[in-house]
Every structure is written in structure tokens, then in C-alpha cells.
Design a protein around this ligand. Sequence first.
Ligand code: XMP
Length: 622
Amino acid sequence: LVLILDFGSQYTHLITRRIRALSVFSLCISGTSPLSSITSLNPKVVILSGGPHSVHSNDSPSFADGFVDWAQSNGVFVLGICYGLQLLVQRLGGEVRVGEKQEYGRMDIEVEKNCGIFGGKKVGDKQVVWMSHGDETARLPDGFEVVARSQQGAVAAVEDRDRKFYGLQYHPESEGTPGSVNQTFRVAAHSMLALGRAWETALSGDNTFGCWGLVTHSPEGMETLRYFLFDVCGVNAGWKMEDVMDEEIEVINNTVAPDDHVICALSGGVDSTVAATLVHKAIGDRLHCVFVDNGLLRYKERERVMETFDRDLHLPVTCVDASEQFLSKLKGVVDPEMKRKIIGKEFICIFDAFAHELEQKLGKKPAFLVQGTLYPDVIESCPPPGSGRTHSHTIKSHHNVGGLPKDMKLKLIEPLKLLFKDEVRQLGRILKVPEPFLKRHPFPGPGLAVRVLGDVTEGNALDIVRLVDEIFIQSIKDAGIYDSIWQAFAVFLPVKSVGVQGDQRTHSYVVTLRAVTSQDGMTADWVEEEFGAWGEVVEGEIYNTAPDDSSVLSPTLATLLNGSPPCPNQGELPISTSYSTVYCFENSFLKEVSQKICNNVRGVNRVTLDITSKPPSTIEWE
Ligand code: XMP
């Protein structure tokens, strides 16, 4: 296990993901956790994350007393990253001071001494890294040596090989393409102008960049992490989703007694479905699933998901129609948090009633409830104190974390709570959950209640948003871009505007369309009219390295790139894996969707598009 102690960096979870991508299991806990929480996990490597603090401030978070001695006496490798490095230096008796020159952004560092952490790198070798720090190491603790410095002379990497302590002042986890070629760039352009600018930047020497925010920050960061874990620490890369499945099944079997029964609330989403399928594999038909129609579901959702549960997954599912119960409780409620609380409470009532009915039938009350809680929910439910990172449940009380009433009589089984979304999909594939189901966009627990702003029971708001959503999603599927989008949906705005339809003035509702790309829902970009291609600059000339399948290119870009010669070393570039993130909303697509909505959905005369990223917005509107 590689354990990450989180000191509040926005990107701590990225370190966890990067390490898992190397097939090594990693977990992330608060940096201020007691020593017993760390030792009980028995990690081989502990990584101290970055964070927004200065080690000099009074409330700066730190690891537990005794951590260093424990690590040393147990031969545990410790790697401090940025703030984590400074913390290690300070706690071991070195000195950290406010840097003479602050370092933010891409920076060259140079290897100074033969070292462990950079492996095959030789003295004098340079690499570009992503720096983001104001403080710097002024004096190292005994036993440490500087092995790399930045171009400004600041300490960039340190190590004390005897004690197995290492530190990087930069962020190796910072978004990067493993093995990216120095002279490779990615062009994303929606106009000649943007394309021109992209070329200009590429030709001016800053050749590694991305227009989707995929800046290659520390291009060799992944390689450094890989070398550190495998060669320096001797970690084994054996973490596989098949093993996760087997381990979870074992845990479930050890938790649930042979005569215990379990209930599961299926939402129709990927998480609860994969969780239920996994539990079903473990305990068979002692699992009893319930699907609640709360009146806040998407178009024909009930029919569609019930068919999949039955036909494809053979899950035992009872469908409860509770729409009237939910909608009557929601009547007149406009506060989003209140809506969530009401919905959460009603859900629990229904589970309890369902459990009660089962008790009558089985002569024994089910003891457990399965939930599809994911790792980001868990991480964000307890950020380290003083991290400045917001508790997600204070933004929105996601009812699958922390929203359960204290007197709930069912114990929880959360078999996915250590997995990220993409890992859940991998697990689902192994469990033979149909691919289109696994690729469904996430849908929030409170359903359309957070997509109808204000009172959900007002007029025919729910019917309107359902139909608009269906048209939008179907159009996205028809355009072949559904899988490239994290989440797309429609939102009903309780706003009327004047329009003219069929020679008549109308005073009808406004809807908005939202589509975002994201890695894990924590941050997101809105889907623009963007096109991607790969190119390479060789001695000032631009070459087209796009794959032959030029259908992925916009007409503009295809024309432009068609004129450029094929790249001399095209075969060596990792293009095939990298160009797949091409997605787009062309103007003609948006125009067609807007027309379809206004022509088919009574009560709507205006369609708008949400063009905000997260942050500053959230993905959902409420
Ligand atoms: P936000 O809107 O917070 O959403 O940017 C991030 C992701 O979480 C989903 N979401 C929810 N899921 N209960 C859920 O189960 C909720 O109350 C909830 N609110 C948002 C959202 O759809 C997105 O994928």
C-alpha cells in the first residue's frame, strides 16, 4: 500500500489516481490523522502531499508525533511533495524560509548529484517540472542532500537514502502525458485565429501545451513516480480490478452472516448498479434490491432500467412507485438543500418500509443496506483541517454521505468506497454490466429536483425538463459524442420569456442545456465547439500527426492539416491513445437541438446553453 497523507492540496487525489494507474493500490487519508491510523494500514510508502500552507503559520497541518520514528524503524519510504517536503525538512530539524524568488509554473530543474530518486538521470540532466511554492528549503536536516535544483537555484529534490526519506519541491503528479515527446503539441481550435495562435505558440518554442487545460506540467513526473515506487521502494505492481472484486466479495461474505439479508437501493446509475451486482455475486438472492420511482426520474427511466436489471443483470428488484409521496412533500419547497433533505428522508422511509415488508416475508429483518458511495465522496467528506478545501457536503449534502439519519436501523455496505468512477466502470465490465449502462452519464440522487429550479411541482416543469433532456441526450448520442462527455442534461428555469411561435406571441419557459467534460466530477469544463488533432513541429515546420481517421477533425482543421506534410516520425508518437478525447458541439448541432426542443416541447420558447466551468459553477444547478 502507498499511503498519501493529505495536507490540503486541491490535487491530492491526483497522486492517488496516478499511483493506481501504475497498478499499485494507494489510499489517501487526512495528513493530521493519528499515528495509529497510519500504522494500522501498514503502508510500504507514505507520500506527504502538497498544501496551501506555509509551515510557519500557526494553523499549518502536520503529521502526528512519532511518525518519523515509526517510519524509520519500520523501513517505510517517505516522499514529501512541495509542502510535504517542507514539513519533513522542518520537523527533522532543517530550516524552511520564505523564498527569495517565488516559483510558480513550469521551470527547468537540473540534477546535481548522483541520486536515487531520478534513477538513470545523470548529473547535469535537465527536466521541466511544475513548481508552485513561496517557501523554500534553506538548510537541510542532517543526513539529507540536495540532488536537484531549479534554474533559480532553489532546492528541487532532496534525499536521505539511509533513512529512506525523499522530497520533491515540484508536483510530479501534475497533469502530464506519460512519455510525451518534447516536440509534440496538441492543437485544439475552433477558428482559424485560435489555430493560428496555437501554431504561433508551438513555433515559438513552447511546444508542449494543450488547449483543453491539459497542460503537460511535469512531463517526466509520472516516470519519476514510477521509478521511485518500483526501483527505489521496491513496490510491486500487482493491483488489479479482479483482485479488488475478489477482496470485496470476501469482505462482504465476512460481514454478512449466512442468514443475514441485505437490501440495496438501485438508482439506475452506474455506481449502485455495480455495487448491487457485486453484492449479488457474493451473497446471491439474499440481496433484495429496490428501485424507487420518486417522480423525479428522467424520461421513461423506470421502464428502461427495470428492463436492464431484469434482462441483463438478473437482479432481484422490486419497483416502488412513490412519486406522489415525494412530490407532495416537495410541494412549495424552493430551497435546494431543503429539497435534498426531504428527498433523502423519504428515501430512508421507503427503505425502512421495504425492509419491514421483507421482514414479514422472511421472518427476519434485513440487516444491511448497500450504497454505491465512491472514493471522491469519502475524500471530500473529510478534508484536512485548515486545508481551505471545502467540505463537499457543506456545498451540497450528497445524500449518500452523511445525510443518513442517526437512528437508521440498517448497517451500511459500501463496496465501492475506495474506488474512483473509472475504476467502478472497470469493475462493472468484469461483472458483465452492459457497456452502454456503464457509460451512462452520472445522475444525481435527488434526480430532476436539482434540475428544476425552485418548486418542482409547479406547472408541468418536470414533464418539460424530461422531454428537453431526452431530446438533448438523444441528439448527443446520434452525433456520436455521448461517450466523450462526462455529463449532459437539461435544466428547467422558472423564468418565462416572450417568443413568437406559429405567428403568435408566446410567454413560455426558458430551459438551459449543460454538458461538461470531467475526470471525476470534482472539476469540470463545459463542452465547447472544439476539435483536436495532433501535430509535431520539426525544425519550425508543422506536421500533421493525426491518425488517418480524419473524421475526428473539424472540416476547418482537416483542410488546414491536409495541406501539411505527414510527420516524419509519426509512427513513434503515442497518438492513437491520445486523440480519443475529441469532442465537439458544432453550431449546426446546437441549432438543430434548439429547434427540436422548441418544436416538440410545449411550454418552451427559449433554449440557452450553460458555458461555465466548475469552478466557479457546480455541475448541477442546485
Ligand atoms: P456538482 O453539482 O456538485 O456535482 O458539481 C458533481 C457530481 O455529483 C453529482 N451530484 C450528486 N449526486 N447526490 C448525488 O448522488 C447529489 O445530491 C448530487 N449533487 C450533485 C452531479 O450530478 C455530478 O456528477
